[in-house]
Design a protein around this ligand. Structure first.
Ligand SMILES: *Cc1c(COP(=O)(O)O)cnc(C)c1O
Length: 493
C-alpha cells in the first residue's frame, strides 16, 4: 500500500512516511494509490470488538506497520479513556441511529482519531529511524487542541504546544486546556483570534531557519492537523462498525444500504464515510450538513466552490469554517484521479477564492446531498429531538438532524440512517440551555453542566467532572510575534 499526492508531483510514499510528513511535497494531500476492499462478510465483522475491527481496517492502510505495532497503537488508544466500552455506540432515537462519537476524554469526535495519532506518529518515526523528538504544534479554536493534548500527553518522544485565542474559547474549553496534565504539554493563550494563532503556526512551519535551529537541538516539528492520513483512516472504522452492528441488530438486511448524515466542517468525517463506501460498505447518500457557513451546501448544489463570503460565528462553532481542506481528496476521487485538474482547481481557490468543477464531476457529486441549518433551526432541532425521544443532543449534532429532516421532506427517502453525533451535550451547555431551560442563564458553564446532569438524569462525563476545581497548570499567554520565543523557552533551547 503506497500513498500519492492529490496534486500528482512529489514521490509515492509508504504509510509511515505519509503519517510523518502530513502533507505532500507539492502541497497536496496523501491518498492511497489503490483502495483496499473489505473481504470479510459483515456478519463476521459484526462479531468483532471495536479494537479488532480497527485492526482489520487499519492494517489494510498501514501495512508497513507490523501486526504487533499496530495492535499496540490501537490498544493504547481505545481503552478505558472511552466511557462506553463499545467505543462508538449507536442510539436509535427520533427516527435515526445516532452514532455517538463523543465518549472519549474531551467529549467530541476528534478523540476518535487524536487518541491514536500520537501512537501512529511515534511508531512511524521509529520505523523510519527518526531519533529527533517530535514537537506537535497546533492552533485551535477549541476542540482540536484539547483532543490533541489528551492524545499526546505523556507519549514518549513527543512534546505538544497548543496555541488558542485567549478570549475566543468557551469557559469549559479553556479550563480543559489550562488544566492539562503531562510534562510534555504546553498551552499558550494568544492575544488575538483563531486566525492569528493559525497563521502564526503556519509561519513557524514554513520558517526554514527556525526549523533548522530546532533540528540541531534534536527536535522536529509535526502537525496533528486533520489532513494527516493518520487521522483520517481511524475514522473509517466507525462507519464499518455501524453497518456491521445495524446488520447484527437486524436494523438492515444484508446488502441493504444506509444513508449517513455528517455535521461537516473540514470535510474529514464525511470523507471517511465515503472511503468506507469505496471499501465496500453499502452507503446510499452522504448527507453533508452545514451551519450558516454554508460554502459546502452551495458547492454541492451548484458545483461552484466560492469561499469569498461573510464568515459567521454560530452556535455550532466547530463547523465555522470556509475552507474545507479534506474536500480535495473527494474531488480527486470524483475526477477519476486527475491530479492535473486538482492542481488547477486548488490554484484557482488560492488566487481567485473560487473554482468550478467539470460537468462529469458534477454528475458524480450527486452522491452527496447538501443542506444547512440556521442557528434557530439548530436549536429547534435540539428541542424536537428532546420532545420526541427524551434524548439530549448538542448543537453540531442538531445541525445534522435538521438537515436530515429537510432531506427526508425533499426526497421522500426513508432509508435507514446513521447520524454522526460529534459532540456531547455537556460540551456546549449554554447554547442548548436556550431551548431546554435547565439552568438560569446567568449560571457559569460549570453550573450549567451540573444542572444539565440533574435535570435529565445523565451522568457528567469523566472528562469534565471536577474540571472547575482542577489545578491550573498553564497560564502562559503571548502576542503573535512572540510565539517562537515561547516555544524556545518551553523546549529549553
Ligand atoms: C471538528 C468537528 C466537526 C467537523 O468535522 P470535520 O471532520 O472537520 O468535517 C463537527 N462537529 C464537531 C463537534 C467537531 O469538533
Amino acid at each position: 500500500m503506497l500513498y500519492k499526492s492529490t496534486r500528482g508531483k512529489g514521490k509515492v510514499v509508504k504509510a509511515s512516511e505519509a503519517i510523518i510528513r502530513g502533507i505532500g511535497e507539492d502541497g497536496g494531500l496523501y491518498v492511497p494509490q489503490e483502495f483496499p476492499k473489505i473481504t470479510k462478510s459483515f456478519d463476521e465483522l459484526g462479531k468483532m470488538s471495536y479494537q479488532e475491527l480497527a485492526f482489520y481496517i487499519m492494517k489494510k492502510f498501514f501495512n508497513d506497520f507490523s501486526d504487533d505495532e499496530l495492535k499496540e497503537c490501537i490498544h493504547k488508544a481505545y481503552d478505558e479513556k472511552f466511557e462506553d466500552p463499545s467505543i462508538a455506540p449507536l442510539a436509535y432515537k427520533a427516527g435515526a441511529h445516532f452514532l455517538e462519537l463523543y465518549h472519549g476524554r474531551t467529549l467530541a469526535f476528534k478523540d476518535m482519531a487524536l487518541s491514536i495519532l500520537p501512537h501512529l506518529l511515534k511508531t512511524a518515526a521509529n520505523k523510519l529511524g527518526i531519533t529527533k523528538e517530535i514537537v506537535i504544534l497546533t492552533a485551535t479554536s477549541g476542540d482540536t487542541g484539547k483532543a490533541a493534548l489528551e492524545g499526546f500527553a505523556n507519549v514518549d518522544g513527543t512534546k505538544i504546544v497548543v496555541f488558542y485565542p485567549k478570549d475566543g474559547v468557551s469557559e469549559i474549553q479553556r479550563r480543559q486546556m489550562t488544566t492539562q496534565e503531562g510534562d510534555n504539554t504546553f498551552v499558550v493563550g494568544i492575544e488575538g483570534n483563531f486566525d492569528d494563532a493559525q497563521s502564526g503556526v503556519k509561519e513557524i512551519f514554513g520558517d526554514a531557519e527556525f526549523n533548522e535551529f530546532l533540528n540541531e537541538k534534536g527536535f522536529m516539528f509535526s502537525s496533528a492537523n486533520s489532513i494527516n492520513i493518520g487521522r483520517l483512516v481511524p475514522q473509517i472504522v466507525y462507519y464499518v462498525y455501524s453497518y456491521a452492528n445495524l446488520l447484527k441488530e437486524k436494523q438492515v438486511k444484508d446488502g441493504e444500504s444506509m444513508n449517513v448524515v455528517v455535521p461537516t466542517g473540514n470535510f474529514g468525517n464525511i470523507l471517511a464515510a465515503y472511503y468506507a463506501k469505496i471499501m465496500g460498505v453499502p452507503i446510499g447518500k452522504f448527507i453533508c450538513a452545514s451551519n450558516e457557513n454554508k460554502v459546502l451546501t452551495d458547492f454541492i448544489n451548484t458545483g461552484v466552490y466560492d469561499r469569498k463570503r461573510e464568515f459567521f460565528v454560530t452556535n455550532s462553532p466547530s463547523m465555522d469554517i470556509l475552507i474545507s481542506s479534506n474536500l480535495e481528496r473527494f474531488l480527486y476521487e470524483i475526477s477519476g484521479g486527475n491530479a492535473e485538474l486538482i492542481n488547477a482547481l486548488m490554484e484557482q481557490l488560492k488566487t481567485e477564492g473560487k473554482y468550478e468543477i467539470t460537468e462529469d464531476m458534477k454528475e458524480k457529486l450527486k452522491v452527496l446531498y447538501g443542506g444547512f441549518a440556521t442557528e434557530d433551526e439548530t436549536l429547534a432541532a435540539v428541542k424536537k429531538v428532546y420532545d420526541t425521544a427524551s434524548y439530549v443532543i448538542d448543537t453540531h449534532t442538531a445541525v445534522a438532524y435538521d438537515v436530515y429532516e429537510q432531506y427526508k421532506k425533499n426526497t421522500g427517502d426513508e432509508s435507514v440512517t446513521v447520524i454522526a453525533s460529534t459532540a456531547s451535550p455537556f460540551k456546549f451547555p449554554r447554547s442548548i440551555n436556550d431551548v431546554l431551560n435547565f439552568a438560569d442563564s446567568t449560571a457559569s458553564d460549570f453550573e450549567m453542566v451540573e444542572e444539565l446532569s440533574k435535570k435529565f438524569d445523565i451522568k457528567i462525563p469523566k472528562g469534565i467532572q471536577g474540571l472547575d476545581k482542577k489545578e491550573i497548570r498553564h497560564e502562559a499567554t503571548c502576542k503573535k510575534d512572540e510565539m517562537r520565543e515561547i516555544i524556545k523557552k518551553f523546549l529549553k533551547v
